[in-house]
Design a protein around this ligand. Structure first.
Ligand code: FMN
Length: 346
C-alpha cells in the first residue's frame, strides 16, 4: 500500500517541480477560428452550458483526474470538488485503486460527504478491471461518484518502475464493465498519448458512449515516469516522452465516430478550449494546470483560473459571433495542413 502512496505523492512532486510538458504540440493552433466584426450578441446571452455523460454542466471546464490515495488526507480533492461545485462543472477523482486495496483510505475520495452537490467521476485503470472485477469496482464507484472513468496508460506503465507490461484483455474487461454498469455512466480516457481512430472504434463496439482524449501536447506521462526511472528504462523514456496522437487529431477522430468527446491533453487556455470545442468536444478537461494553480494559491488559485477560463471563452465566443457551445462546434474556421493530414487519415 505504501508503494501506491509513494508513487502518487512523487507524481505530484514531479508534476509540480519538473518540466514534464510535451515538446510536441497539441495541434490545436492549427484551428483558426474566424473573427466576426458584427456578432449581434449581448455578452449576457452567451451560455457555456453543455452536456456530459447524461448530465448538464453550466461550464465546460472539467477538472481532470489527478489524486486521492496519497495518504495526505483529502484537502486537494476537496478543494477541486468545491471548485467544480461552485462553477457547476464536473470533477474526476484520481484512481480509486488505493481505496480498493485498503478501504481505510476511502475517505480521501469521499468528496460528496463534504460537497454533496458536486458532479464527480471515480477513476480506475483498465488493468485493474480484471484485478478487482467489475462488481467490486462499481460498488465503490457508485458509493463515491456519479460515473466512472477508466484510464488507459500503457506507455506510462512500461516506463514506470515495476509497472504493468501486459495490456491484453482490456477491451473485454471494458465490455464486461459496461454490461454490469447498466445506466451508470462509464467514460474511457487516455492519460496523455491520445486515443486513435481504431481505439475509438473498439470502444464504441463495446458500448462506450463518452471518451476523454488526453492527447499528446500537454503533460507527458512517459516524461513523468522517466523522471522516476533509471538505466535503460530512463533512456527509452527520453526517446518516447513526446510520442502520441496530438490532442486536436484525437478529438476530431472521436467526434467523427459519434462519441461524446471530452477534449483534453494540453487544453490549457480559453483559446485552446474554443478550438477543442470547434473540433467536436462537448467539454474540455485539464489536469496539471489545476495542480499548479492550487500549489501556488490554494483554492483561491483554482477559482481564479476557472474565472479566467470562463471569461476568456465568453469573450472569444462574442468575437466569433456564437452564443452557445453547439454554435461554437460549427463556427467558421480554417484548418492547417498538419491537422488536415490527420483528418484525411482513414
Ligand atoms: C498529478 C497528476 C496525477 C494524475 N493521476 C491520474 C489518475 O489517477 N488517473 C487518470 O486517469 N489520470 C491521471 N492523471 C492524468 C490526467 O488526468 C490527464 O489525462 C493528463 O495529465 C493530461 O492532461 P493535462 O495535459 O491537462 O495534464 C494525472 C495527472 C496529474 C497531473
Amino acid at each position: 500500500m505504501s508503494g501506491i502512496y509513494n508513487r502518487k505523492r512523487s507524481h505530484i512532486v514531479i508534476c509540480t517541480e519538473k518540466d514534464v510538458a510535451f515538446r510536441q504540440s497539441t495541434l490545436l493552433e492549427e484551428v483558426e477560428l474566424l473573427h466576426c466584426a458584427l456578432p449581434e450578441l449581448d455578452l449576457t446571452d452567451v451560455s457555456l452550458a453543455t452536456h456530459i455523460a447524461g448530465h448538464t454542466i453550466t461550464h465546460p471546464f472539467i477538472i481532470g483526474a489527478m489524486t486521492g490515495g496519497t495518504g495526505d488526507g483529502n484537502a486537494f480533492n476537496l478543494a477541486l470538488a468545491r471548485t467544480a461545485a461552485q462553477f457547476e462543472t464536473a470533477f474526476c477523482l484520481g484512481s480509486i485503486r488505493p481505496a480498493l486495496v485498503d478501504p481505510t483510505c476511502i475517505p480521501e475520495f469521499d468528496v460528496k460527504k463534504e460537497v454533496p452537490n458536486v458532479l464527480v467521476f471515480a477513476n480506475i485503470g483498465a488493468n485493474q478491471l480484471s484485478t478487482f472485477g467489475a462488481p467490486q469496482i462499481l460498488d465503490l464507484a457508485r458509493r463515491l461518484a456519479d460515473g466512472l472513468m477508466v484510464h488507459l496508460n500503457a506507455g506510462m506503465e512500461l516506463i514506470q518502475p515495476s509497472g504493468d507490461t501486459c495490456f491484453s484483455g482490456q477491451v473485454d474487461a471494458i465490455a464486461r464493465l459496461v454490461e454490469v454498469a447498466g445506466d451508470f455512466p462509464i467514460v474511457v480516457k487516455e492519460t496523455g498519448m491520445g486515443l486513435s481512430l481504431k481505439d475509438g472504434v473498439s470502444l464504441k463496439q463495446v458500448g462506450i458512449k463518452t471518451v476523454e482524449t488526453a492527447g499528446a501536447g500537454g503533460t507527458s506521462w512517459i516524461g513523468v515516469e522517466t523522471e522516476r526511472a533509471s538505466g535503460t528504462d530512463k533512456a527509452v523514456g527520453e526517446l518516447l516522452r513526446d510520442f502520441g496522437i496530438p490532442t486536436a487529431a484525437s478529438i476530431s477522430w472521436m467526434h467523427q465516430l459519434g462519441l461524446e468527446t471530452i477534449g483534453s491533453g494540453g487544453v490549457y487556455t480559453a483559446m485552446d478550449a474554443a478550438r477543442a470545442i470547434r473540433l467536436g468536444s462537448c467539454a474540455v478537461a485539464m489536469a496539471r494546470p489545476w495542480l499548479l494553480a492550487y500549489q501556488a494559491d490554494g483554492i483561491a488559485g483554482l477559482w481564479a483560473l476557472m474565472e479566467e477560463l470562463i471569461l476568456g471563452l465568453k469573450y472569444l465566443m462574442v468575437c466569433v459571433g456564437v452564443k452557445d457551445i453547439s454554435s461554437l462546434q460549427k463556427a467558421d474556421c480554417i484548418i492547417g495542413q498538419r491537422l488536415q493530414q490527420y483528418l484525411n487519415f482513414k
